[in-house]
Structures are given as C-alpha cells and as structure tokens.
Design a protein around this ligand. Structure first.
Ligand SMILES: Nc1ncnc2c1ncn2[C@@H]1O[C@H](COP(=O)(O)OP(=O)(O)OP(=O)(O)O)[C@@H](O)[C@H]1O
Ligand SMILES: [Mg+2]
Length: 276
C-alpha cells in the first residue's frame, strides 16, 4: 500500500470570530483506509474537510498527506502533487455541459496528454455505468446520477486521497448501496477515503474507523461499532438517552436538509430556464 495516501490532522483549530468551529482536532488515517467523520449538524465536519482540502486556512495546526505538509498549498497543487480530490456537500457540476465534458475537465487537471485524458474518461464512464448518459447535460440527470458523475470526476483524477462531504445525502437506499460499492472499489485500489456522513448504515458498511465531532471537538474515535456504543456519542446525538444511536433520527436530519436544498435548486433551475 502506498504511504502517499496517509492523512494526519495535527492540532487543527478553526475560529470564526468568537465561535470555535474546530477545536484542536487530531486524526491519523493510514493510507488505504476508509475513515468516517461523523457528528451532529454544526459539529464542524465540513469546516474540517475544507481545511484538509486546502479550501480554508486553519487558525492553527497542520495537515500532512503522505510526506507532504500541505497546509497553505493551493488547490491545484493538492490535486497534482498530493493527489487529493474532494466533493462538496451539495452537487457541483457544470450544469450546461455534458456528463462526458464534466469528467474530461476533471481528467484534464492531472492527465496532460489528450489521449490519456480521453482514455481515462472513457474507462471511468464505463466503470460507473454512465455510458448511456455520457452525452446528456449534467443537470438533466437524476440527483443520484449527478452524485455518480461527481464520483466519476473524482476517480478520473487517479487520486491517492478522496474527501467526500455527505455523498449519500438525498440518495435512496438502493443508490446508497451503489455508493457503498463504489467506495469499496476505491478502497480496493488503495485510495484513502475520508467520508463525512450522517447515514450510519453507510458508515457501518464501509468505514474501518471513524472520528466523532461535537461542537468542533473530537468526542470519540474507533470502529463504527465502538463509537456508536460510546456514551459520549449517544449523549451528543440524543441528549443523554442511552439507547443505540438512532440511525433514522440521524438520517432524517440530513435528508430533510437535502430535500430543502433540492427544492431550492429546482427553483433556481426553473428560474434559469425562464430566463432563456
Ligand atoms: N465561514 C464561516 N463563518 C462563520 N461561521 C461558520 C463558517 N463556516 C461554518 N461556520 C460555523 O461553524 C460551525 C461548524 O459548521 P460546519 O458547516 O463545519 O458543520 P457540519 O458538521 O458540517 O454541519 P452539517 O452536518 O450541518 O453539515 C457551525 O456553527 C457553523 O455555523
Ligand atoms: Mg457539513
């Protein structure tokens, strides 16, 4: 297994004015692992992912990927040198471009020659079963397929580390099952996956280890089984009623938000169509 994909988060703190969104977080993820970052809404998961991916400069602390101390690196260098790629909490595709064009652009960030870029694009389209949609505009696809295109954009960059912010939000159970399969394929290739996720079924299915954040601080870490039995985690999710973590409760909070976002997205899309 290549050591290139290990991720070390060392004492990261992020303050926004008086709010400490991430509070002295340490996480050590070995190369090739799938590591979950979980925690209630507002716990600091996305902020931590933004810092690891270089989008945000932390108030203090460092991030190491493989042998590289990457804090402060520009985004393109993270992709080309640290080989780290991310997705966002909401789908971000070039809506008017086709599925194939969206994937080609991502391929072009790391594959310089046109031949290699086109070959990897075709391979990933086939691998994720997107052939019949390759010529469709990205926004014409179902939400689940748009998420698949995002994963195709990640895979085509041949990353060592992949950061995913709630990739299962808004997906049906069948789509979540397909996503788990894709994550296992990534894992089988030795790619390190950092998975921010509310869906505990997915975390249990694919993560070897996870870190639980609450109010920015690490409150538990270990295997998914260990953390979901940890009284500190139960307290954070359920306010102290010490039952098994209620997956449904957690899933609902994430999906309600996605449902709201999708309504908003559809409204924007309708407005854009109206403007044309
Ligand atoms: N740019 C910012 N400026 C000020 N406060 C911020 C900023 N970004 C995040 N926050 C705050 O930091 C805290 C952590 O937010 P973050 O989005 O990281 O949480 P999260 O765990 O990803 O939540 P969710 O599960 O809802 O996605 C929240 O209180 C949020 O309001
Ligand atoms: Mg978030």
């Amino acid at each position: 297994m290549s050591p290139g994909g290990s991720v070390q988060v060392i004492g990261i703190t992020q303050r926004f004015g008086g709010l400490t969104a991430v509070d002295d977080v340490h996480v050590a993820i070995p190369a090739g692992a799938i590591h979950g970052i979980i925690g209630p809404n507002g716990a600091g998961k996305t902020t931590l992912l933004n810092i690891i991916s270089g989008l945000q400069r932390p108030t203090s602390g460092t991030v190491q990927v493989g042998e590289h101390q990457i804090t402060g690196w520009p985004g393109h260098r993270l992709v080309t040198k640290a080989r780290m790629v991310r997705t966002f909490q909401t789908v971000r595709l070039f809506g008017s471009m086709t599925v194939q064009q969206n994937i080609e652009i991502a391929a072009g960030t790391v594959h310089r020659g046109r031949q290699q870029r086109d070959r990897r694009t075709a391979e990933v389209i086939a691998e994720l079963g997107l052939e019949s949609h390759a010529a469709d505009p990205a926004t014409s696809l179902s939400y689940g397929l748009q998420r698949q295109v995002e994963l195709a954009r990640v895979l085509v960059a041949d990353p060592l580390v992949v950061l995913l912010d709630e990739p299962a939000a808004g997906l049906s159970p069948t789509e979540r099952h397909d996503l788990a399969q894709t994550l296992r394929v990534m894992n089988g290739r030795g790619i390190t996956v950092v998975l921010v996720e509310h869906h505990m079924d997915l975390v249990h299915a694919v993560c070897q280890t996870c870190t639980v954040l609450d109010f920015g601080a690490v409150i538990s870490s270990g295997t998914p089984q260990e953390v979901t039995r940890d009284p500190a985690v139960l307290e954070a999710y359920l306010g102290g009623s010490h039952h098994a973590v209620a997956d449904d409760l957690v899933i609902e909070s994430a999906d309600e938000r996605v449902a709201d976002e999708r309504v908003a997205d559809e409204r924007v899309a309708d407005e854009q169509v109206g403007e044309q």
